[in-house]
Design a protein around this ligand. Structure first.
Ligand code: SAH
Length: 219
């Protein structure tokens, strides 16, 4: 188990972070409250925990990153989930985004390509063990075993929208995915499955994610 000590300093920094996110346009109070509850420093390497409440991405092992809090809040807001929504996350990474989704009440399936990352995320997410199932594999193909989902959230940048993910959405379900023709620059896209065959597409701001790999990712 990682050190799970919270301190008045960390609590104070979290409140400041939440205010910063509000100023940057995050309006969903459930999301803000989840950010306020989750100890982001637990997902950081021990010597760098003092940086956990900056609104910035941070490198973790295996050349991956823990997403910026604004990005986590933005994606969490866009998927518009309810308590008990069935959600698929692609790119577990540190597990921080997964913790926020669990706090929002999701029944979460999270897929990660790099096994050691999944192992350390599992330790950080132990308290949500009844709510989160961690799976090692290629999430660019989705996760047919537990489909369909109320929402799919992709936390790595893809070159195009994997069609297979659209098929794994329930009617009314939402896919939130960063898409870009460059490996490290994307626009946030939200696809809503309005009915069996009808999909609505919305485009949001610019983001920088690390590349999605695997069958439907970057080669
Ligand atoms: N959600 C994470 C951010 C992860 S960064 C967090 O909150 O920290 C993106 C992650 O996507 C990396 O860990 C990377 O290994 C993973 N990834 C990239 N391509 C993948 C794929 N095809 N399937 C599953 N995970 C993938």
């Amino acid at each position: 188990m990682l050190d799970s000590i919270d301190t008045p300093v960390f609590k104070g920094k979290r409140i400041k972070l939440v205010n910063e996110l509000r100023e940057k346009g995050i309006v969903n109070e459930d999301v803000l409250s989840a950010i306020n509850r989750v100890m982001r420093h637990r997902f950081f390497p021990k010597d760098f925990q003092q940086f956990a409440y900056r609104d910035a991405a941070f490198p973790i092992d295996h050349e991956q990153t823990i997403s910026q809090p604004f990005t986590v809040a933005f994606q969490s807001q866009l998927i518009e989930i309810q308590k008990n929504s069935k959600v698929l996350e692609i790119g577990t990474g540190s597990g921080y985004q997964a913790a926020i989704l669990a706090e929002l009440g999701a029944e979460l399936y999270t897929v990660e390509y790099i096994k050691p990352l999944l192992v350390s995320a599992a330790k950080c997410l132990f308290k949500y063990k009844n709510q989160i199932k961690l799976i090692h594999g290629d999430g660019s193909k989705g996760l047919i075993k537990y489909a369909p989902y109320d929402a799919i959230i992709v936390t790595a940048g893809a070159p195009t929208i994997p069609k297979v993910l659209l098929k794994q959405l329930k009617p009314g379900g939402k896919l939130v995915i960063p898409i870009g023709a460059e490996r490290n620059e994307q626009k946030m896209i939200r696809i809503t499955r309005e009915s069996e065959k009808k999909f609505k597409r919305e485009v949001f701001g610019d983001f920088k994610f690390i590349p999605l790999v695997g069958e439907n990712g970057w080669k």
